[in-house]
Design a protein around this ligand. Structure first.
Ligand SMILES: Cc1ncc(COP(=O)(O)O)c(C=O)c1O
Length: 439
């Protein structure tokens, strides 16, 4: 039987035992084997999303690059999948680079980002010959130029501009407005000056421009305005410096479906609009069509993933609300606390049962704000039930933490009835692994 909770992976259904099944695996059996909390990813859906991006862009342009934003979710298995699907990779730190390189991800397909890269991180990008570093400040430009010189490398770079556009999303995930810690603003010639300096730098090769206007975007109109501004900027760089822009990277941000009410724009529609707009805008300013790059994160992994918890307690506050306490929370999913992100819940051991009450799903942490789902409609939840929150595949594990001494949860990839642990569960001993005793 199909299950009417759209944010779950497409392969989800109710099996003959009456339990939730994902990619042929019974979720209650997965939790019995691997414990809870447990992140579960439908491997096929990740692959399908990678392919959907490639096919959608290939339908509109011969020169495109899909760069998976590894901040959304990374591990050796994930970067292996991304590499095998022919995508490139966005890393935002030396740590994300390390994971990529440990999985033998081809460095020439890596874009290195960051607004505060250290000397050590820049050195790693250069020494490992990453394909592109995305310049985010004048100081970074100077440091990177000197490091590249020390290594005898001419480092290809993009320049990140902030177009001054407000995407309609949560304030914390807006990144393209004028007042932003990311990128270089177009106002008062700031970005133009940095472009001139990159072009004058001995050890840097400017190849194009980058922007990222925000995340969880449902309306594509801000992209259109931002690309127009980027095209004006590219034309100005051509007119002043004779610069030819070979790459336009419009960042990530395409929304995912976290709740039944969310209706994100599809990948095809996104590709059609981005390629069409870049083509029109480059035409308008009299420039050749560049390579179009996009950096999707959540739209590749969010809906492929879910988290399973065990219900520990049910607490009724008469006339006020009922709390359902689970064995995870803000340590495995920080997004509700960070952005007020909304999720839904379903019981894996009774997914087909009609809801009987509206409850609040609370985490186990020592914060009253540690609420995973507000107003979940559930069928009389009880201790021992397996509660699942769909659409936790992006920025869940990657933002996970050890608050209250909670070991990080395990991650399994499921496919055709097979489950494979791709990140092992931390043990209590891991919590003190880096500690030193006093004498
Ligand atoms: C530079 C950059 N590119 C891509 C992304 C991925 O965004 P999303 O996961 O919303 O697609 C981010 C997210 O913060 C980002 O900062």
């Amino acid at each position: 039987m199909d299950i009417a909770v759209p944010p779950l992976p497409n392969s989800s259904k109710i099996n003959q035992a009456g339990n939730l099944e994902v990619a042929g695996c019974d979720v209650t059996e997965l939790t019995a084997e691997f414990g809870t909390p447990l992140y579960i990813y439908d491997r096929r859906q990740i692959v399908d999303n990678c392919r959907a991006y490639r096919q959608a862009f290939a339908a509109h342009t011969g020169d495109y690059e899909i760069i998976y934003a590894s901040k959304a979710f990374t591990c050796l298995a994930m970067t292996q999948l991304v590499a095998a699907e022919g995508l490139s990779l966005d890393v935002a730190s030396g740590g994300e680079l390390h994971v990529a390189l440990r999985s033998w991800f081809p460095p020439q397909r890596i874009y290195a980002h960051g607004n505060a890269n250290t000397h050590d991180e820049l050195g790693r990008y250069v020494r490992n010959e990453v394909g592109h570093v995305v310049i985010d400040s004048l100081d970074e430009l100077a440091a990177l130029d000197s490091i590249a010189g020390e290594h005898g490398r001419k480092q290809p770079v993009l320049l990140r501009i902030t177009p001054g556009i407000e995407a309609h999303t949560h304030d914390y995930i807006q990144t393209g407005k004028l007042d932003s810690k990311f990128g270089l603003c177009l106002a008062e010639g700031v970005a133009l000056d940095v472009a001139a300096r990159i072009l004058a730098a001995e050890n840097l090769e400017l190849e194009g421009f980058h922007m990222h206007i925000g995340s969880q975007i449902f309306s594509l109109e801000p992209y259109v305005r931002a690309i127009a501004l980027l095209a004006d900027f590219a034309a100005e760089c051509r007119d002043r410096f004779g610069f030819v822009c070979n790459i336009v990277d419009v960042g990530g941000g395409l929304g995912a479906s976290y709740t039944t009410a969310d209706e994100p724009v599809g990948i095809d529609e996104f590709a059609r609009l981005i390629t069409g707009t870049v083509r029109d805008e480059m035409d308008r300013v009299g420039m050749e069509m560049p390579r179009i790059a996009v950096e999707p994160g959540r739209s590749i992994v969010a809906n492929a993933g879910l988290t399973a918890y065990t219900v520990q307690a049910v607490k009724d506050i008469p006339g006020i609300r009922t709390y359902i306490a689970v064995d995870g929370g803000m340590s495995d999913n920080l997004r509700p606390m960070l952005y007020g992100a909304r999720y839904e819940a379903v019981l894996a051991n009774r997914p087909g049962a009609a809801p009987t009450r509206t409850v609040t799903v609370a985490g186990k942490h020592c914060e009253s704000g540690d609420i995973l789902v507000k107003d979940a409609e559930l069928p009389d939840p009880r201790p021992g039930d397996i509660l699942v929150t769909p659409a936790t595949g992006a920025y869940g594990y990657s933002m996970s933490n050890n608050y209250n001494g909670q070991p990080r949860a395990a991650v399994v990839f499921v496919q055709e009835g097979d489950a494979r642990v791709v990140i092992r569960r931390e043990e209590y001993e891991d919590l003190v692994r880096l500690h030193e005793r006093l004498e």
